[in-house]
Design a protein around this ligand. Structure first.
Ligand SMILES: [Zn+2]
Length: 419
């Protein structure tokens, strides 16, 4: 994998680049489409590519449980298994996350309506008890060596260590994989954040060791993850430790060895909206400029501008397709609910100037009808537009930097877009 910075955004950490993977180039900043179970929900890979997506990210935890990483390996890897191809028909770039966020969402936070962006004051985000053996309805237990999971599918027990996460991800065979980390809630206290962070760093080292053992063909890139919650000291410490982390790799001559680190970095954690920009900035001011950075799980329009300005190259988020399935649709002025009665006889597209398949072929009235009738095509058409909206927004942000018009584009977009 190679990362080339083409242009920097003036007086900020922002930049435009090209991330070259064995399955093609990703123009950055880029929005990475989430295909959790090796499918972008309700969309064919062709529709995902037509929406402008360059890369798909699948989930290690889900694919490990079903169909099993060995099945995906036998199929020839994630891209081939799901038939994810670029416009020329070649297998296109893929990523897998490490399963760390599932540890959090199925474990400590299980049963709560958890999302990547939380309100600190939200009473539903109580700090749960941990490390006890009570029969609380949690599916994961975190220890220093790894995490034990109870499958949400059949109740079977699994134990995932950092090494195991890397082995599974190598079987899945994506171009870019992530170190196994512990994602914490910003509502956790400082003591717990510190404990979780030491664990994340120890696990990162073990992931790097395992990855170097398995990556003999040097085809897979490993990103380290920076955690630290909303604490400035912890975020900065984490960025420093993860960016300086190295392991020794022996050369062909056993007396020679080189030291290698991570190929890029993920900024993890659940964020409070008001803290996100500062937390991202703390990390990116320390992370090495020449390597790509991925803000994990974030992707609302206003967050994309914030991330790019603060040096983020990659974003991923389930939001465009999740909202689409629920009938919430992005427009330049904000989100609309297509089932609103005012769209019942609206025979215009969602957006007149949108180039997506949905807007070129269907009216709001028809899409509203599909949602009212609970038709499967409803989610497909809405997701197609939403994905195109977000992917194009990031592509337009990229272009605006190349044209020296980022500030104009940002104020123009945000002046009419209601978050
Ligand atoms: Zn559209």
């Amino acid at each position: 994998m190679k990362f080339t910075i083409q242009k920097k955004l003036k007086d900020s950490l922002g930049r435009v680049g090209i991330l070259s993977t064995p399955h093609g180039d990703i123009l950055t900043p880029a929005f990475v489409t989430v295909g959790t179970k090796a499918t972008v929900k309700s969309l064919t890979p062709e529709a995902v590519a037509n929406a402008g997506a360059q890369v798909v990210l699948a989930n290690t935890y889900h694919l490990f449980l079903q169909p099993g990483d060995e099945v995906v390996a036998k199929a020839g890897g994630l891209g081939k298994f799901m038939n994810w191809r670029d416009a020329n028909g070649n297998i296109a770039p893929t990523m897998t996350d490490s399963g760390g966020f599932q540890v959090f969402s199925l474990g400590a936070a299980y049963g709560k309506d958890i999302s990547k962006v939380v309100k600190i004051t939200d009473p539903s985000l109580m700090i749960p008890e941990r490390f006890d053996d009570s029969d609380a309805p949690r599916l994961a237990k975190i220890g220093n060596d790894g995490v034990s999971f109870k499958s949400h599918l059949d109740g079977s027990i699994h134990y995932i260590t950092p090494e195991k996460s890397i082995q599974i991800q190598h079987n899945l065979g994506a171009d870019i994989i992530f170190a196994f980390d512990e994602c914490t809630s910003p509502a956790e206290d400082l003591k717990y954040q510190e404990e979780a962070l030491s664990r994340t760093h120890a696990w990162a080292k073990r992931c790097l060791e395992e990855h170097k053992k398995l990556n003999t063909e040097n085809k897979i890139a490993l990103f380290g993850i920076v955690q630290g919650g909303r604490e400035e000291d912890l975020r900065k410490k984490s960025a420093q430790i993860i960016s300086e982390m190295r392991v020794k790799v022996e050369g062909p001559d056993p007396r020679s060895f080189s030291e290698v680190g991570f190929d890029g970095f993920g900024i993890g954690g659940s964020f409070a909206k008001e803290d996100m920009a500062t937390a991202v900035k703390w990390c990116n001011e320390i992370l090495p400029e020449e390597k790509p950075r991925h803000l994990l799980g974030i992707g609302e329009p206003e967050d994309l501008f914030m991330g790019v300005e603060n040096g983020v190259d990659l974003f991923d988020c389930v939001i465009p397709t999740r909202l689409g399935r629920n009938g919430t649709i992005y427009t330049k002025t904000g989100k609309i609910s297509i089932t609103n009665t005012k769209f019942r006889e609206d025979f215009t597209p969602i957006e007149n100037d949108c180039e997506c398949y949905t807007c070129k072929n269907y009216t709001k009235a028809y899409i509203a009808h599909l949602f009212h009738g609970k038709e499967m095509l409803a989610g497909t058409l809405a997701s197609t537009h939403n994905l195109h909206f977000i992917v194009s927004l990031v592509a337009n942000i990229r272009q605006s930097i190349l044209d020296d018009k980022f500030e104009e584009f940002k104020s123009e977009f945000l002046s009419i877009y209601e978050a």
